[in-house]
Ligand binder design. Sequence first.
Ligand SMILES: [Zn+2]
Length: 163
Amino acid sequence: MVAIQTRAEIQALLDQVFDPEIPVLTVTDLGVIRGVDIQPGLIRITLTPTYSGCPAMNTIEQDIRAILASTGCAVEIDTVYAPAWSSDWISDAGREKMRDYGIAPPEKDTHSKKVLMGADPTIECPHCQSTQTKLISEFGSTACKAMYHCDDCLQPFDYFKCI
Ligand SMILES: [Zn+2]
């Protein structure tokens, strides 16, 4: 007798897998889970990594395997690189959690297009919502983030870079 998990049960487990770099975000918030295929005795997860080469992805994959192992099903993880992950895939709930955590969430695509045109992005301070902020370093606590400083509340903060 092979147990068949429901999608809701699998989702509840995946919601307990957090991004090791931003521990308030689940893999669902990040938008890296592109598919969940449930068959008797087998769960197949389609995963799209965030930043390629981001060491966090190995941890995320291991955590997904570990948590889904509790179902007693075999777990397969297919990593797909196309379409490439975009910071637009971070859920609105995820953006809210990042702000609460003190990280400025990535700008939505209209802004990043402006950035591609050469304009500096306006990054809102996650502490006081001021837009009087400036870039201190392209690399914050990890390569995925840039470090900013707020001229109003004088606090530094990380900005999750758009890609
Ligand atoms: Zn501020």
